[in-house]
Design a protein around this ligand. Structure first.
Ligand SMILES: Nc1ncnc2c1ncn2[C@@H]1O[C@H](COP(=O)(O)OP(=O)(O)O)[C@@H](O)[C@H]1O
Ligand SMILES: [Mg+2]
Length: 270
């Protein structure tokens, strides 16, 4: 496809949340700093929200890669449409537990024992829940109870909730007041601005070995920003299609029309 034509080592606009492609815009940088701070300072609950495609999962991967495995034990839950029991056993499984206990109370007991064991080994435990806007109220409440597990001098678990803006709305509900009050670190990821959108595209192109090819016209960049609203996933989808149409025309120049056509195609599919 266009990969060879432009001389790329790999496809620049894949939509996998690969941290190797991480572009640290100011908002992504700040988000990451909030997460690192929350974990280092053992703030208990941390929340990160942002629109679909803003880069939450990518940041989460980056964070988990950064954490020193000698010091941190991590558990990542990516599909939180779970019951309380399913959540507990998913956390246990993530932490390498191979028991067969069922029932909420027994699972909590197991988790408590396992966490205490890990703390004794000198580990900090970080639980990350992606797509946390999908958590049922009861499961949120269970998480709050888990965050109560503690030794005399420290909490056993750091919990990071990541999700779409509905997560924030959910947390504002009166019945989640107690959980909300535990969230000492909160950050809302923003879309990229016009300039950052341009930098983002250039960053991804340079990572795949683009030697200045293809070039985007200024009008193309403007249309890209307008069509994507600065949301990385949309930028990727639009650029992928626009590069394809430049390739089909055998040109190095991505034009306003290439971008507009791509935006229309994508909007039709939405
Ligand atoms: N800061 C970033 N740097 C590089 N790529 C990013 C960045 N943010 C998002 N992306 C890309 O955008 C797409 C969507 O990101 P993702 O992390 O899945 O968003 P979310 O989890 O918020 O829906 C992925 O292809 C990802 O690689
Ligand atoms: Mg995600």
């Amino acid at each position: 496809m266009y990969q060879d034509f432009f001389g790329f080592r790999e496809m620049p606009f894949n939509i996998t949340p690969n941290p190797r492609f991480l572009f640290l815009s100011p908002t992504h940088q700040e988000a990451l700093q909030h997460l690192r701070y929350g974990i280092e300072q053992k703030k208990g609950f941390i929340a990160l929200t942002g629109e679909v495609g803003c880069g939450k999962t990518t940041l989460c991967r980056q964070l988990l890669n950064e954490l020193d495995p000698e010091r941190y034990e991590t558990a990542l839950i990516v599909n939180p449409r779970l019951s309380e029991e399913q959540l507990l056993s998913a956390i246990l499984t993530e932490l390498g537990w191979a028991g067969s206990v069922t029932g909420k109370n027994d699972l909590i007991q197991e988790l408590n024992l396992l966490l205490l064991g890990r703390i004794k080994e000198g580990k900090d435990i970080v639980l990350v829940i992606d797509e946390a806007h999908n958590l049922e109220f009861e499961v949120m409440e269970q998480l709050r109870l888990l965050s109560n597990l503690e030794t005399d001098d420290q909490k056993l678990l750091q919990i990071i909730l990541m999700g779409q803006p509905e997560l924030r709305d959910n947390l504002m509900e009166e019945r989640l007041r107690q959980l909300r009050e535990r969230i000492l670190v909160y950050y809302e990821l923003k879309p990229l601005n016009r300039y950052e959108t341009r930098m983002y595209v250039q960053h991804r192109l340079s990572l795949v070995g683009s030697m200045g090819r293809p070039r985007f016209t200024n009008w193309a960049f403007r249309a890209l920003y307008r069509g994507s609203h600065g949301i990385p996933r949309r930028i990727n989808n639009i650029c992928d299609k626009a590069l394809l149409s430049a390739f089909i025309r055998s040109t190095d120049l991505v034009s306003y029309h290439d971008i507009r056509r791509a935006v229309k195609d994508i909007d039709r599919l939405r």
